[in-house]
Design a protein around this ligand. Structure first.
Ligand code: UD1
Length: 363
């Protein structure tokens, strides 16, 4: 069975790593890896391949950055000849980035069977570019692998046949479990001169938060208070760095001595940082899941989540962008008044194994 796998942006890499490893255990499978090049920097892409032992991509489409339409169209144009050339039986896409929908659309139009890993997640917010990518990818997929029951329920409610849907757990947690020990050896705490359990970690890159100077400013209001209490480590996404300049907010950071900007970190350093933090503040999707497994309080700086299980039985809480609400939640987190998490069903490190078994059975 020829399986062509697609990655494009940073959050895809930790999802594809366990699948590529699992394919390697089956002689029947010929796995091909295509990188769209949506993310292309050393620190946004290359580092993850070496750290997570992902094989070098067979093809790199090198699309780079652009508006949504340009980026999506460019991926489609460059992916089509690759697909015609390799003629895979199956195309596997992961997550919800522009590369996911662009390659999915090309695949089904050329008659390849499409598999979506991390299907069914819904924030209910259609202004979020990823939400559109999720809905569209799911609607054209032949097999849909879900991380949590809400995903299954959402797909059924959208009229997708139960036959196509499988609850398999979370490939991102496969990667976390596999790398936790290795991450323990990272020296990032000493590099940043931090004591375990005595700092906060922040990530921020959603367009709704960082492209709007008013909202970004409100988040900084909360962080001004937090950084007086403990260091806030902020590995800054390239989009956010640009926004700081265009929103003229860079100057505010100079007046916040406890606020510490770093370049984006590799997987292992970031995992070490997160697992030793007192609290994590984020607008990322994946980090909501990782903090639940690590049992670290997570304040999600958004109005909704597509990963509700992390708020129901995990350590995640949706706090939005109102500084008062953020500070109240922060105080509860640092004072230990935070729920401990329960492991979500099937988040046991064996999701990739289940997915590959089902692929072999069903296709
Ligand atoms: C994308 C995904 C988002 C994911 C995020 C993780 C979509 C719609 N969004 O958003 O779901 O959470 O990746 O990072 O697919 N840039 C660099 N170097 C790179 C890549 C990007 O400097 O290697 C800069 C680009 O110049 C661009 C900006 O970062 O202007 C944003 O990149 P883009 O891929 O458009 O979207 P993200 O915001 O990263």
């Amino acid at each position: 069975m020829k399986i062509l796998n697609v990655v494009g942006a940073r959050p895809n890499f930790m999802k594809i790593a366990p699948l590529m490893a699992e394919y390697g255990r089956h002689e029947k499978i010929h796995a091909i890896l295509v990188h769209t090049g949506q993310h292309y920097d050393e620190i946004m892409s290359k580092l993850f391949f070496s750290e997570l032992s992902i094989p070098k991509p067979d093809v790199n489409l090198e699309v780079g950055s652009g508006s949504h339409a340009v980026q999506t169209a460019e991926i489609m144009k460059r992916f089509e000849p690759v697909l015609i050339d390799y003629k895979p039986d199956v195309v596997v896409v992961v997550g919800d980035v522009n590369s996911t929908i662009a390659c999915g659309l090309v695949a089904v139009k050329l008659g390849a069977r499409l598999v979506h890993v991390e299907a069914g997640l819904r924030s209910g917010d259609r202004t979020m570019p990823e939400e559109i990518n999720r809905i569209l990818t799911d609607s054209i997929s032949d097999l849909l692998f879900c991380t949590e029951q809400s995903g299954v329920d959402n797909l059924l409610a959208e009229g997708i046949s139960a036959r196509k849907i499988h609850l398999v757990g979370n490939v991102m947690i496969d990667t976390l479990n596999k790398n936790l020990q290795k991450a323990g050896k990272s020296n990032i705490l000493s590099v940043l001169n931090l004591n375990s359990n005595d700092f906060a970690v922040l990530t921020l890159h959603r367009p709704s938060n960082v492209d709007d100077p008013v909202i970004f400013g409100r988040i900084l209001d909360a962080l001004t208070i937090i950084q007086n209490d403990m260091p806030v480590i902020f590995p800054i996404h390239p989009r956010t760095r640009k926004s700081l300049v265009s929103c003229s907010l860079g100057k505010r950071l100079e007046e916040m001595p406890g606020f510490r900007l770093t370049d984006p970190l590799g997987y292992l350093d970031f995992l070490k940082l997160m697992s030793n933090a007192k609290v994590v503040l984020t607008d990322s999707g994946g980090i909501q899941e990782e903090t639940t497994i690590l049992n670290i309080p997570c304040l999600t700086l958004r109005e909704n989540t597509e990963r509700p299980i992390t708020t129901e039985i995990g350590t995640n809480q949706i706090v939005g962008t109102d500084p008062t609400v953020i500070i109240q939640a922060y105080n509860r987190a640092v004072n230990g008044a935070w729920r401990k998490s329960v492991l979500p069903p099937l988040w046991d490190g064996c999701a990739a194994e289940r997915i590959v078994r089902i692929l072999l059975e069903e296709l």
